[in-house]
Design a protein around this ligand. Structure first.
Ligand SMILES: [Zn+2]
Length: 80
């Protein structure tokens, strides 16, 4: 087990979590579900290890087939 260190709040306590993350691939939003992450016990910041990050990169840039497609509504916080 590697030592956890939260780069946001400095806490060393984390729990294992599976998270969904949205990535932006050349302007196209892509969701990856069930990513194993360490979640900071204090502030909730999620961290992926190097292997996980590399695996995500391969999934979203590679030829993996998406499970399903979603239509997503996008809002702007500031009115035009
Ligand atoms: Zn933290």
């Amino acid at each position: 087990m590697k030592m956890f260190y939260c780069h946001v709040c400095g806490s060393t306590h984390a729990k294992k979590a599976y998270v969904n993350e949205l990535f932006n691939i050349y302007g196209k939003p892509v969701m990856v579900e069930q990513i194993p992450a360490m979640e900071c016990a204090r502030c909730g910041e999620e961290t992926f290890d190097r292997e996980t990050t590399e695996r995500i990169r391969k999934i979203v840039h590679g030829d993996a087939r998406p499970l399903r497609c979603l239509t997503m509504e996008v809002f702007s916080f500031s009115p035009v």
